[in-house]
Design a protein around this ligand. Sequence first.
Ligand code: H79
Length: 574
Amino acid sequence: MALLSAGASGLALAQAAHTGDQPLPLGHARPSAATVQAWKDRKFGMFIHFGLYSVSGGMWNGKRVDNGYSEQILANGNVPPEQYAALANQFDPVKFDPDAIVALAKAAGMKFIVLTAKHHDGFNMFHTAQTPYNTVDATPYKRDVVKDLADACARAGVPFGVYYSTIDWHHPGGNHYIEGNSNPITPAQADFNVAQIKELLGNYGPIAEIWFDMGKPTPVQSAHFADAVHALQPQTMVSGRVWNYQGDFTVMGDNSEPDVAMEEPWQSPASMFPQTWGYRSWQQRDDLPGKIHENIARLVRVVSAGGNYILNIGPRGDGSVVPYEADVLHGVGQWLRVNGEAIYDTRAQPFDALDFGYATMGKHMLYLFIDKLPADGVLHLPDIVDSHLGSGRLLGDTSGKSVPVSIDSAGATMDVHLLALAGTFMPVIAVPVDGVLHVRPHAVAASSDGQVRLSAQHAEHFLNYNGFGYEDPSTVYKLRWYAALGDGDYQFTIHYVAGDKPARLDLLVDGQRQTVSLAAGAGQHLAHAVSGRRDSNAQPYAMQVELTPVEPFHKGDRLPVLIEAVDIFPSGKH
Ligand code: H79
């Protein structure tokens, strides 16, 4: 039986009940470190949901279908399949202008584009040989939409990707809507999918990413899909929604952001309105400035957490872009023209949280995004130590004004009230960093007898996402704490809830790894003690304690028991 992993308030960490689900190792041909880094550095891209559903625009028989995303109107509206398929006769998007869409993405500051090649409805926006149910063979338009956009992207030097749902409501033999879109994939359908993957990866030039989505393939099927991609294009980044930990990047839930630190490359997919991705003719589209600000804020939050933000447009059935959506993109682009250096090619903020907003790290620059200016106009950067910061200046301000940063034992502060912040949404202050920026971790203090209790609920949790389908909860692969302890030898007592079988995990103290064997005990609260040594050369500001699966780590491996706490006692010489 799979055992419970550590719990933390606000996090859904229940362990999946399925068995025999050890993650499979990843295939050998994978994107290089340089490809992954380039993918991460792009930060902001365009998602396009375009298909037969764009023609219906969220209406069926003159009625609004409002019980789900409009790109899934076939299922939500109980539309007879042959009536839905007949939309192909009306699909003639003469206003679809690939070069203009690429130009719009560029104006928005977007660095890549991903188009729906096939959504759950099974209609293909490319000339597939697997079925005539595609834009070339089944519509008056007769064009390969994927090819037209891929070519436009290639002309403009914009990385291009495809969205591909492994679900197919049109597939012969039937693969109907299943609650939560958690469709098992039949062997015949998996073969069909692999044949289409080969077409998409073989016929459209370099594919920067393939956005598998939904369905509930088996671990072997997921590995098969990812391997089919990499066999043709090892540098294509496979989305985590190929499931079973086979992706090259993790995908958060629709319109979701992570609430824990991420080590994997990851992406947050967002739609203009949470109710739909495909065009919805009756969508209320008001408060344009608010929508622009919402998307700048989401971009900043995602990038400051180290992620990649992909924002969707849903063109109309005639191929035209909804003017409101174009306006939103232009608004974000305007902000990025001033502040882009704080977004592209940056790293996640080194702080747990900032009370005034967010931060990113550039090469020799710390960028501060002011979401809520404190009343006294003073920004606090807690826990910065031993660092050299220059004067901060407001991006886009040509006056040459700058303000100094002062550092004391509580961290850094900067009085910014003299900068011209008024009237700007999410202004950014750039602070030069001379050398390395050191941020002291939040350490648990020792009690008067020199002991430290590290409780699981106060640990930093690291999670596996994109396991066995969309509904599969994330699992814990690592807990991390810091303890305010000096050099010396210590005893570490691990308190855990034992499972049916003995378990092994690794304890790391300031990076020194040792494997710990934990006894079985069917639900009992047990403890196990080992020794370890503080190494302040490796971790100058506090002892770092981590629990992880044993090496070698496979993506998706989890902590095998529920950890309750680690107690640390001084032992030996101090
Ligand atoms: O292509 C778009 C969706 O059609 C597809 N993923 C994005 C990129 C998708 N298919 N199924 N799902 C997503 C399942 C998602 C279900 C939920 Fe929700 C999203 C549950 C909660 C948020 C939609 C909104 C359904 C309920 C509320």
